[in-house]
Design a protein around this ligand. Structure first.
Ligand code: SF4
Length: 523
């Protein structure tokens, strides 16, 4: 018998029970029961440690007045019941009604479990990846104070409501208004070694060095095909982002060739507003690679320690030392080009507590990158950490909600002291403390690509291993139409085999998206 049972009297509540269950019981096994029809499903509270029952029932014959109840029980007879009522409009669409019913049920679930568990999740009922998108929709609709609505209706803590609305307001001027502006993402699926928390399909470059030349050849072909479409359709490359993986993993001459090829096939004289190389792993930086970046107009470079505690780095399977990170950082920072420098760190790494995080934050303050990106550890399926018996659950349980919150605040305070403000944020499933990832920046040094990619108001064409493309068609005002195109294969061999076919399919889709008469209508 599972020790945590969450039940609902409608299938409508299944996904919400699961998602909020993980917020309140991180790393634990949770059993969710919802009936196929409107009959209660699953076991009763007997024999379980935690139990919550969500029920929505009409209290009149016409089904216009409803009561929603959440009855929760915990160990040693602890119990809490939360109740609310809702009126259904006679002409209300089933979709809107379901949405309102779920929102009320989620709010009451947070109230009831929060009372029993002794903490209120800062993000309230929001479990989605992009809370800022939600705020942009509210601002588009003319809502004067989204923070108030987030606190009242969605149970956000005041600091999270203020964070997400502040970020969205800061992003507004960056949101794409030019229907022909696009961004490009180029994924290089190789890394020096695989980090234990990594959930991407990444290939250790030394073990796969035989595949690198054919991968690069295929990437070059893909650049030619996509570059031809960009020129034909008159698209403006606003940002270009080399990510992965670690795009600086290949040899110096191969790396320089990639940048050269992108200049010759995609950019063809265009000067993007922002050009980023997410170098990531410090051991891959060389002066020759930085010179190549400078020669090809790269503005922004990421050099990511994740932590500056040596013992943690070793535990994570990263094969570089802290010293190597310091040297790589100096190399990038002191390059005459004057790159904008980003550094990523992670809070909640296995074995790390306040002392270790403080050490890393002090290092960041000393080094003073232009962008500091603070991630909270997410233990996703596919990562070695998730597969290691019991380790994922242990890591999620290791840090309490309050500890994670305290460290997130400490990181925010450090960024503030460095003169940086939060400019983009996103959340992931299975994050320690159910927190968030936040990008901080000195004013004017914000990454435009990060904003466009996260807010999904611009077409992003993905090239390379595992790359995702998103088609966005503006439809006037801030409204638009978004479609996620099929991903490129992660596996280099599969990518090489299918690159030509997939690139041509994307060109066909781009032609449909950017047909001249459609663009003219929206301009
Ligand atoms: S450096 Fe990044 S992409 Fe590469 S293995 Fe580590 S987490 Fe994954």
């Amino acid at each position: 018998m599972p020790q945590i049972v969450l039940r609902g009297n409608s299938p409508l509540f299944g996904a919400d029970l699961r998602q909020l269950g993980h917020v309140f019981f991180p790393g634990e096994e949770i059993a969710v029961f919802v009936p196929a029809a409107d009959e209660p499903g699953g076991p009763t509270a007997e024999g379980t440690e935690w139990h919550a029952d969500v029920s929505a029932t009409p209290s009149d014959e016409d089904g216009l007045h409803w009561t929603v109840t959440v009855a929760a029980r915990g160990p040693e007879g602890a119990a809490h019941e939360a109740r609310g009522s809702l009126d259904r409009g006679p002409d209300e669409s089933p979709r809107t009604w379901d949405h309102r019913l779920r929102r009320m049920a989620k709010g009451l679930l947070v109230d009831a479990l929060g009372a029993l568990r002794g903490f209120r999740p800062g993000w309230g009922i929001l479990t989605g990846v992009r809370p800022t998108k939600f705020v942009h929709q509210m601002l588009d609709a003319g809502l004067p104070d989204p923070a108030q609505e987030l606190m009242r209706e969605h149970r956000l803590a005041p600091d999270k409501a203020s964070l997400v609305t502040g970020v969205a307001r800061l992003q507004r001027p960056y949101l794409n208004q030019d229907p022909r502006a696009i961004s490009l993402y180029i994924g290089i699926p190789f890394c020096p070694s695989i980090c234990s928390f990594c959930s991407f399909s990444i290939y250790p470059i030394l073990e796969h060095k035989g595949q690198v030349p054919v991968f690069l050849e295929a990437l070059g072909r893909e650049m030619e095909i996509i570059g031809g479409a960009i020129e034909e359709l008159g698209l403006r490359v606003q940002t270009i982002y080399f990510g992965g993986g670690t795009p600086t993993s290949p040899k110096d001459e191969d790396f320089a060739w990639m940048l050269q090829k992108a200049a010759a096939t995609i950019l063809k004289g265009q000067q993007p507003e922002e050009y980023t190389v997410e170098g990531g792993r410090p051991e891959t930086f060389t002066r020759a690679k930085l010179d190549a970046m400078a020669a090809h107009g790269v503005h922004r470079v990421s050099v990511n320690p994740q932590t500056t505690v040596q013992a943690t780095l070793m535990h994570l399977g990263r094969i570089h030392t802290v010293e190597k990170f310091y040297r790589a950082y100096d190399l990038v920072r002191n390059h005459p080009k004057g790159f904008t420098v980003n550094a990523d760190i992670i809070i909640g790494l296995p074995g790390e507590g306040p002392d270790e995080v403080t050490h890393t934050l002090q290092d960041m303050q000393r080094l003073a990158p232009d962008n500091l990106t603070v991630h909270t550890l997410a233990i996703k399926r596919g990562s070695k950490l998730h597969q290691a018996e019991g380790e994922a659950a242990d890591a999620l349980r290791a840090m309490t909600y309050d500890e994670a919150e305290m460290l997130i605040r400490q990181a925010a305070a450090t960024a503030r002291e460095m003169g940086q403000h939060p400019y983009y944020l996103y959340r992931q499933k299975f994050m320690v403390g159910s927190m968030e990832n936040v990008g901080y920046s000195l004013p004017g040094k914000e990454s435009i690509y990060n904003i466009q990619m996260m807010e999904e108001r611009q077409t992003v064409i993905g090239l390379g291993g595992g790359a995702t493309s998103k088609w966005y068609k503006p439809l006037g005002g801030h409204h638009g139409w978004l479609l996620k195109a099929p991903d490129n294969p992660n596996d280099p061999s599969a990518y090489v085999a299918r690159v030509e076919e997939l690139a041509h399919r994307r060109v066909e889709q781009l032609r449909l998206l950017y047909e001249p008469h459609i663009i003219e209508r929206t301009e």
